[in-house]
Design a protein around this ligand. Structure first.
Ligand code: TRP
Length: 334
């Protein structure tokens, strides 16, 4: 219990894809031994944009099964669904009352999502970063692996932690540090069709990413179709050859070989070779993960048992922090 606490969350939206795997899940698996890890499926965040209820329910279990199939071990890490731990919503409310409109107005993700969902700019979307702060602060989290796009939210989390600690003159919350995923993975995974933007699981064009559950034919096809650049030399050059560079990055991470070695391997070959070999590499890599996924997914009561256990474990700590906060702000405890 003396290991530092690490918390991360993934929203059950879109399809889990290799960008999530390389940028998050694969790292989580490695971090499990060195940190007290909590991995949450943040379904309360997901409903800040409209979700089909059936799809949300199915996807939530699919995502958790994929975490487990990828090597997240529920004996080591706490895996749970956010809505199973009501303390998240309770702390979020309290934090909301100490968060300024101006702070939330500045959030670039809110501005982006407001533009994308202009028919549904709801209060939850605005308050999203406060719920995220609650996720993190409830567990006295030391480290939060997040993408660069979440750094601003983590800054707010830190500000809120300081605000409470100063107001009550004690360490109610640990002030968390970011653990930027890109730095760990050694590269950002970009969209296959538009290699200048990040690969996203919510992309409406599914050719832009390789889903963790895509079948071999689909994977090979998507790799073949990936956008490459003018010229015909396979080299790593982000500015002039973002497409080829992205494929090299993926190849490197999946094969575990440095990019320089991958380039040597493809010396004198054409873009087409890289695409075909990359497709085959990914198919082989995902095969055992997919097989484990289908096994885990078949036994839903076992899966739900793991989640129940995870939520119970998470609640122990969450209740402690929440009660402490409630006492401090003058809530009479029952
Ligand atoms: N907002 C994060 C994202 O979209 C997901 C998330 C919610 C999260 N709560 C979190 C990530 C707490 C880290 C810690 O990527």
């Amino acid at each position: 219990m003396s290991k530092p606490v690490l918390f991360s969350g993934i929203q059950p939206s879109g399809d889990l894809m290799i960008g999530n795997y390389i940028g998050s899940i694969k790292n989580w698996v490695k971090l499990q031994d060195d940190y007290e890890c909590l991995f949450s499926l943040v379904n309360m965040h997901a409903i800040t944009v409209e979700q089909s209820p059936e799809a949300l329910a199915k996807r939530s279990l699919d995502f958790v099964a994929l975490y487990l199939a990828s090597g997240i071990d529920p004996a080591k890490s706490t895996v749970f669904i956010q809505s199973h731990v009501p303390e998240h919503a309770e702390l979020a409310w309290i934090l909301n009352c100490s968060t300024y409109m101006g702070e939330l107005n500045r959030m670039t993700q809110f501005k982006d999502k407001s533009q994308k969902h202009e028919h549904n700019i709801n209060a939850g979307l605005f308050n999203y970063p406060v719920l995220m702060a609650a996720d993190i602060l409830l567990y006295q989290t030391a480290l939060v692996p997040v993408g660069a796009d979440q750094k601003q939210h983590l800054e707010l989390t830190r500000d809120l932690a300081h605000r409470f600690n100063n107001r009550f003159e004690r360490d109610l919350f640990k002030v968390p540090e970011p653990f930027i995923a890109e730095a760990i993975a050694g590269g950002r995974i970009m969209s296959l069709q538009d290699p200048t933007s990040k690969m996203s699981k919510s992309d409406s064009n599914k050719n832009n990413f390789i889903g963790l559950l895509d079948d071999p034919k689909t994977i090979l096809k998507k790799c073949k179709k990936a956008m490459t650049d003018s010229g015909d030399v396979i080299e790593y050059d982000i500015d002039n050859k973002p497409g080829v560079s992205n494929l090299l990055t993926i190849y490197s991470v999946i094969s575990g070989k440095p990019v320089s070695e991958v380039i040597k391997h493809f010396e004198g070959k054409m873009y087409g070779h890289l695409k075909v070999e990359l497709g085959e590499l990914i198919v082989d890599y995902l095969a055992p993960i997919q097989q484990r996924f289908y096994e885990i997914r078949e036994d839903e009561s076992h899966l739900k048992g793991i989640l129940k256990h995870g939520a119970e474990r998470a609640r122990e700590q969450a209740q402690k922090t929440l009660q402490d906060v409630q006492k401090s702000i003058g809530f009479v405890l029952p």
